[in-house]
Design a protein around this ligand. Structure first.
Ligand SMILES: NC(=O)c1ccc[n+]([C@@H]2O[C@H](COP(=O)([O-])OP(=O)(O)OC[C@H]3O[C@@H](n4cnc5c(N)ncnc54)[C@H](O)[C@@H]3O)[C@@H](O)[C@H]2O)c1
Length: 452
């Protein structure tokens, strides 16, 4: 099929390479000219394991091309995917202006009837708005708008797209159902996981899925705080409840809060959608509030351990991306910590295998002034540090040499924002350890405070 994908970000690029890999002819459009220039050379603007190999093989196979001109790329497309951003507006609403602008441009440039697919996460009713724009302005051409939300996880996006749990297609139109089924069939060959529903239900399903996952995380973070009150290790509780098949082991890890380009903005968008209907979603309000608290936990914990005034203190950070496997730092917990530390006058030495450049761009002034140093090795950033904070649980941080770390650091304090380490092992190596909802060794912490 002749496909045009608009937006070459995490979703658009994965969509484009995966459809090309299945033998379709795909043109990917982005308004960012630098992105297109890099992509044409087979260089991915995003970090996603395996994406460059697929990108290069499909470019070489002439199934995948790139363009910065929608006017040039869209006219012949049978199916157009809209995969542009829907960031939070200042009032929390999902800003759908990029989608509507693309719809307007499509109405001017499509030269034959097309199926226009909204892949971006957007409030209920957005696909209908796109349909209305196309209906009003396309001279006599009948375009069909479908909602097909994306469920990929950054870091495992290719696998998610190639082997999806389900594919949600929101349309009541028979022709669109047939074409979309044909398009996705290669991805669900062993058993059909394509689900048809109304456009509005498809849009709502995406939000409901993210809200539910965020709720699981915030629930577990609240349990961690509760466990703290009773000196109970939340990790033991996690394993205990996860064994119940009705609960399961996924998404019940306590930590320093969820981030990324989806959960925070989608929860905010839902709260805003509720407000526009004159209703409330108290559970989601609590999910959001707990997440804010959780993101502040690392800084508060540092203050509890090292004193309120952190001026002159050096803090090492391991992991800056919002989760392992991606370079995405949007709404990442590391940023809340970095901003609090910068404001208080502390010095930061941070390492991330992939996301450091994005952080450097974001805090260019602090980098230039030497308050934020980005190291190129994880042990190197420990030199003379007063604390180490594990924020993102990249695999390479899983089994560190605690004895070596102890010799590098000025003060032996380890804050484990992902409950990655065995507290006793860390304490045996001479560290004061603090995890999320894990009983800390209080005497060690107070000894540390005195040493400071
Ligand atoms: N990132 C994820 O893990 C993920 C997962 C599922 C759904 N989503 C949703 O998918 C959508 C896209 O997310 P993303 O992370 O890929 O965004 P992104 O910011 O990485 O990419 C969006 C791209 O669209 C381009 N763009 C914007 N306006 C354009 C225009 N008029 N013409 C051409 N290109 C244009 C931008 O330059 C950018 O490259 C969002 O609604 C998001 O919520 C994201």
């Amino acid at each position: 099929m002749q496909i045009c994908v608009i937006g070459c970000g995490y979703v658009g690029l994965v969509t484009a390479v995966c459809f090309a890999e299945m033998g379709n002819s795909v043109t990917c459009v982005d308004s960012n000219g630098e992105r297109i220039a890099a992509l044409e050379k087979g260089i991915s603007p995003i970090f996603e394991p395996g994406i460059e190999a697929l990108l290069q093989s499909n470019i070489a196979g002439r199934r995948l091309t790139f363009s910065s001109s929608l006017a040039a790329a869209a006219p012949d497309a049978e199916i157009v995917f809209i995969a542009v951003g829907t960031p939070s507006a200042s009032d929390g609403a999902a800003d759908v202006s990029q989608i509507l602008a693309v719809a307007q441009a499509l109405s001017e440039h499509l030269s034959k009837p097309a199926i226009v697919v909204c892949k971006s996460t957007a409030p209920v009713g957005t696909a209908c708005r796109v349909q209305a724009i196309l209906d009003q302005t396309s001279a006599g051409l009948q375009h069909r708008v479908v909602s097909n939300p994306e469920f990929l996880k950054e870091g495992d996006a290719l696998n998610d797209f190639m082997r999806p749990d389900r594919i949600i297609i929101g349309t009541d139109d028979r022709h669109s159902q047939r074409v979309m089924h044909q398009l996705y069939e290669p991805f669900v060959r062993n058993h059909d996981r394509i689900m048809f529903m109304s456009r509005r239900a498809a849009e709502m399903t995406k939000y409901a899925a993210n809200a539910f996952l965020a709720t699981k995380i915030s629930f577990m973070n609240e349990m961690a705080a509760f466990c703290d009150e009773f000196a109970v290790d939340v990790e033991q509780v996690r394993k205990g409840i996860g064994a119940d098949q009705r609960i399961g082991h996924h998404f019940i890890y306590a930590g320093c809060g969820y981030g990324g380009s989806c959960f925070p903005k989608d929860i905010r968008a839902m709260l805003h959608m509720a407000e526009t209907q004159g209703t409330r979603m108290p559970i989601l309000e609590a999910v959001e509030a707990r997440n804010q608290l959780q993101k502040e936990w690392l800084f508060r914990c540092l203050q509890r351990s090292l004193g309120q005034d952190l001026r002159g203190v050096t803090v090492a950070i391991w992991g800056l991306a919002f989760k392992p496997g991606t370079d995405d730092i949007r709404d990442a917990p590391s940023r809340v910590l970095i901003e609090s530390l910068l404001a208080t006058g502390a010095r930061i030495q941070a390492f991330d295998p992939i996301a450091a450049d994005n952080i450097a761009r974001c805090y260019a002034r602090a980098v230039a002034e030497g308050q934020l140093a980005l190291g190129d090795a994880h042990y190197a950033v420990l030199n003379n540090a007063d604390a180490l904070v594990l924020v993102t649980e990249w695999k390479q941080f899983r089994q560190p040499d605690f004895a070596l770390m102890r010799t590098l650091m000025r003060r032996p304090l380890l804050l484990d924002g992902r409950n990655q380490y065995d507290p006793q092992q860390v304490e045996r190596a001479g560290f004061a350890y603090h995890g999320v909802g894990r009983p800390a060794s209080r005497p060690q912490l107070s000894a540390l405070r005195r040493a400071g």
